[in-house]
Design a protein around this ligand. Sequence first.
Ligand SMILES: [Fe+2]
Length: 201
Amino acid sequence: MSFELPPLPFAYEALEPHISAETFRFHHDKHHAKYVHNLNDLLAKRKGETPTLEQLVCGPEGAVRRNAEQAWNHEFFFNGLSAKGGGDPPQPLADALSECFGDVKAFRDEFTKAALGHFGSGWAWLVQNQSGELEVMATHDEVNPMRRQCLPLLTCDVWEHAYYIDYRNDRGAYLDAFWKVVNWDALAQRLACGDSSDRRA
Ligand SMILES: [Fe+2]
């Protein structure tokens, strides 16, 4: 079995000037592609298994899981961006965010703080935890919140390869850009469906 690299869900230049076509040509065509390629190489050595990507993400620790997580995370991240994104979240998402964080600005501030404060490579997330509450978290390297029985709703890639071409080491400027292209509709759909697998939609 093998996994295919999903196409970028928008044109390379669609999110300019906030995130450049050059960034996406490297981030999707090189970095994301490498994780899928590595995963397929590792799985080629196995026989008789047909796990889903989600099963691999929640599977035993090791290179297969790490590459499966990075493959999953990148597709989820790209699907969470849109040329029609940014601005304010629609209802009832705005109410759901306000209920858990106080208001939308407080959510945005907490998410941004988690992204900016994360040391090294990793991901900032909005998740729904096992109690059904919305929660912001950051994870190191490849770690996906599904490992912790949390439902991912939104993520921001804070590996330097996500922003170095456009913003060099200025992660704060990259977060400002992220909020201008965040795909609220994808987040709302994930929350409404209780399912992070928009990758198969
Ligand atoms: Fe990345």
